[in-house]
Design a protein around this ligand. Structure first.
Ligand code: UDX
Length: 447
């Protein structure tokens, strides 16, 4: 099938590349000329395991094209995906300006029947708005061309996006027309060969599904973080409680890991947007607001432990920071706890020596660009010299089993603050470390 994907960011690029890999002819569009030129040469703007190689392969075999000109793709395409950004607006709602401007361009340039698919995460009712905008443009041109707007939300995890796309848990399709369902079934057929993963529903329910999936997962995390904080107060160990509750198949083991809060591009934005969707209907979504409030607080729990251990004034103190990305497998630092913790410690006079396998460039050029007193190192061990403690904030595999003897030797004192519960307290304490984690009390050595 010939398809066009508008927006060559994270979602658009993964979507377009995976469809090309399955034998479709795909044109990815973006307004950023520089980005498109780089993509044509196989240089991709983000870090996602396997993506660069898959882009290069499909560019080379002629299945994947890049252009800044929407009309080029539209001429041949039966399906057009809208995968442009929906950044958070000032009031917390998703900003639809990019989605609607693509819709209007589609309306101006279409010459034959098409199916327009909303892939971007958009509030309930957006498909109707997209349809309205296209109809208005067609009317102005005095044209009457058939089109249908479909909602097909993405459920891609950063770091595992190709696998999530190729072997999806589910493919949600919201449409109001048999032909549109039929076309989407054809397009996704190669991804559902062994197991029917298509879930068909009405457009608004599909739009809602994306927000609800992310809000549910965020709720699990905030719930566990709240429980972790209570565990500490009553001297219980959340790591044991987690296993105790996960064994109930109705609860399950996944997404109940306490830590320094959720970050990334989806959960923070989607939880806020869902709250706003409810608010716009005059409904006060108390639980969803709490999920967000708990997460905001959780991001600073490790900083609070540090202050409790070293005092309010951290001048003269140095901290080795392991992990900047919001999670392993990505260079993404959007809403990462590391931003908040680094800023808080620096504000109190501390110096930070940071290392992350992928996200240092992001930190230096953007997220921590204006924060003074942070230096960056090429390896985790290099951060340790003169440091009063090590802080772990991203659970990269290379942090899982470090040489603890080296840590002990290089740190001023053998102290670890673990924002991701990666180590066993028994093991570390037996090695002579003072080990602070989430949801398990450590008797703080007084300042
Ligand atoms: C998420 C959804 O998983 C995906 O389906 C959706 O399309 C986009 O949002 P992503 O943001 O890439 O994907 O990351 P994910 O792996 O889900 O982790 C999100 C955050 O939750 C991370 O900050 C992670 O550290 C945190 N998390 C996750 C926990 O704190 N505890 C857990 O048990 C699981």
């Amino acid at each position: 099938m010939n398809i066009t994907v508008v927006g060559s960011g994270y979602v658009g690029l993964v979507t377009g590349t995976c469809f090309a890999e399955m034998g479709n002819h795909v044109t990815c569009i973006d307004i950023d000329q520089d980005k498109i030129e780089k993509l044509k040469k196989g240089i991709i703007p983000i870090y996602e395991p396997g993506l660069e190689a898959m882009v290069a392969k499909n560019v080379e075999n002629g299945s994947l094209h890049f252009s800044t000109n929407l009309e080029v793709g539209m001429k041949k395409s039966k399906v057009i995906f809208i995968a442009v950004g929906t950044p958070m607006g000032e009031d917390g709602s998703a900003d639809l300006q990019y989605v609607l401007s693509v819709a209007s361009e589609i309306g101006q340039k279409m010459h034959k029947p098409i199916i327009v698919v909303d892939k971007s995460t958009v509030p309930v009712g957006t498909a109707d708005k997209v349809a309205e905008v296209i109809s208005k443009e067609l009317k102005q041109r005095d044209e009457d061309i058939e089109f249908h707007v479909v909602s097909n939300p993405e459920f891609l995890k950063e770091g595992a996006a190709l696998q999530d796309f190729m072997k999806p848990d589910r493919i949600v399709i919201g449409a109001d027309n048999d032909m549109a369902f039929e076309t989407m079934r054809d397009l996704y057929a190669p991804f559902t060969v062994n197991h029917d993963r298509m879930i068909e529903m009405d457009v608004r329910s599909a739009e809602m599904t994306k927000y609800v999936a992310n809000a549910m997962l965020a709720t699990k995390i905030s719930f566990m973080n709240e429980i972790a904080n209570i565990c500490e107060l009553v001297d219980a160990d959340v790591n044991q409680v987690r296993i105790g509750i996960g064994s109930d198949s109705r609860i399950g083991y996944s997404f109940i890991y306490p830590g320094s809060g959720y970050g990334g591009s989806c959960f923070p934005k989607d939880v806020k947007a869902l709250k706003k969707i409810a608010e716009d209907q005059g409904y006060d979504a108390g639980l969803i607001s709490s999920v967000e409030a708990v997460n905001d607080k959780q991001k600073l729990v490790i900083a609070e432990k540090i202050v409790k251990r070293f005092g309010d004034d951290l001048s003269g103190k140095v901290f080795a920071l392991w992990g900047l990305a919001f999670k392993p497998g990505t260079d993404d630092m959007r809403e990462a706890p590391a931003i908040y913790i680094a800023k808080e410690l620096v504000k109190r006079g501390a110096k930070i020596k940071a290392y992350d396998p992928k996200a240092m460039h992001e930190a230096q050029t953007f997220y921590l660009k204006d924060t003074p007193n942070i230096s960056y190192y090429d390896s985790k061990y290099e951060t340790l010299g003169d440091a009063n403690a090590m802080i772990l904030l991203t659970e990269w595999k290379e942090f899982r089993s470090p040489d603890f003897e080296e840590l002990k030797m290089k740190l001023v004192e053998p102290i670890i603050f673990d924002g991701r519960n990666q180590y066993s307290h028994l093991r570390l304490e037996s090695k002579g470390f003072e080990y602070y984690q989430i949801g398990k009390r450590t008797e703080t050595v007084s300042v």
